[in-house]
Design a protein around this ligand. Sequence first.
Ligand code: ADP
Ligand code: MG
Ligand code: MG
Length: 512
Amino acid sequence: MEIESMVANSALIKAREGGGSKGRSWKWREMFRFSHISQCADLAETIERDYYSLCVKQPIGKKLFQLFCRSRPDLQNYISLQDALVLLLKKLPSPVTVVTSMFFQSIQCVSIMLKHEDSCIQRLELDPCLDVFHEYVFFKNENNNLSFSSRQPITKQTFRQYRLLGKGGFGEVWACQMRATGMMYACKKLEKTHVKKRKGEAMALNEKEILEGLDSRFVVNLAYAYETKHALCMVLTMMSGGDLRFHIHNIGEPGLDKDRVRFYAAEICCGLIHLHQKSILYRDLKPENILLDDNGHIRISDLGLAVRLSEGKLVRGMVGTLGYMAPEVIGRKHYGMSVDWWGLGCLIYEMTAGQPPYRVKGEHPKAPEMERRIQTEQLEYSDKFSKSAKDICSSLLNTDPKQRLGCQSSGGSEVQAHRFFRKINFRMLEAGLVKPPFKPDPRLVYCSDVQDIDEFSSVKGVILDKTDINFYSKFNTGRVPITWQNEVIETGCFKELNTFGPEGSRSPDLDW
Ligand code: ADP
Ligand code: MG
Ligand code: MG
């Protein structure tokens, strides 16, 4: 390894280790200085103010609500129940827990909890929640109140930049660290000139808008979208474990062991179900686009080709990556979610066999030949495939989308019910409670050396004008509230900044 790479890697490893409080700028408190509460008055008009949004969906709201309940003897039941639910879910995952937790996430529960306070109930009925919880919606911090979401602009200076992680179609992906909190992220840059030259505006905006509407542990989160002079930037969950391509092909013998294949396939399956529930068709499943985090969980990334389907509609278009496209895509037909289940079949095949389907090692057939094979050839399964692995692959790689696994009315749950996944407890998996079979080494950087990643070529002669600026302003929306709130909590900033308690004091006996 060259010295340049070693320096870049050790800087990144050091930043990752110090992630959180050690990585914060010494001026971090100053960076958190937000507008006075009186200047946030308009927020009260624009934010969703119902119980679900304030106390369940918004991570900081949820935290404040829990603290509020802890500080009130009459609300202890709520907290005890929440704690019990978490334990129960770990021990005895059953539909019952889900029903109860859904019940407790409804406004009724607030009334039940406040049973002994008739006046509260009445006030709640008049204005569900704000009347009672209003003062707790904001951090109380003498004269600089921190609102749910800050309004400081996001610029290049908001982050420290570390090494280059990868290269994409429109630009590079870099490791970066948010200065105010110390949180590590990956910044996907789209070069403005490249985007313009290749008419990628709609695609860039599409990727950003789809990501911003998602909140799944199986899909990368978007934390910030901002622009610099030369680039549009999407700041994404840092996936330090590298992509599946690297794990399948660059570490030891090609392929992965059975437990890993099953675990990754199951998490991808959950990610697909989440996307499909939101009517999003992903269209680009392949090992490069599945990334590992530092604990060994995977997330689907690169939503550049994803589309939102309108109710019951299908789409058309030869879109995807050669070798991973479903027969109905190659056949220029209308298609729907079926293509993603085909993609999952390709992935399970490649993870098991150590090579992609319909290709032998080192071979790069041209498009027409690849298409012919996909549409007409019978796949070979080596003895690396167990009976159930072979069965799930051939069911997902059924050339007829009507008969393919996952494409019946029950959708993804049919895939989850396949014998291949019999050892997976999907409820636990969805709650993030299953320990991954492989944990990336925190001392390693799972990507190619910096100098082996091709330099991103610049384009000349492209002039940016007014119409471009209009598009940039749609892209450049700054923080994504939920991800930002999680960042503030995870890095401990919330704990240090929040002086919650009666009259704005910090209550010493609060159990964090
Ligand atoms: P493109 O849409 O141009 O294909 P990608 O989003 O796939 O770009 O990113 C290109 C490469 O950058 C990926 O293959 C991966 O190696 C790296 N990369 C992308 N996102 C992340 C991330 N969140 N964490 C770590 N590495 C990433
Ligand atoms: Mg990609
Ligand atoms: Mg892409």
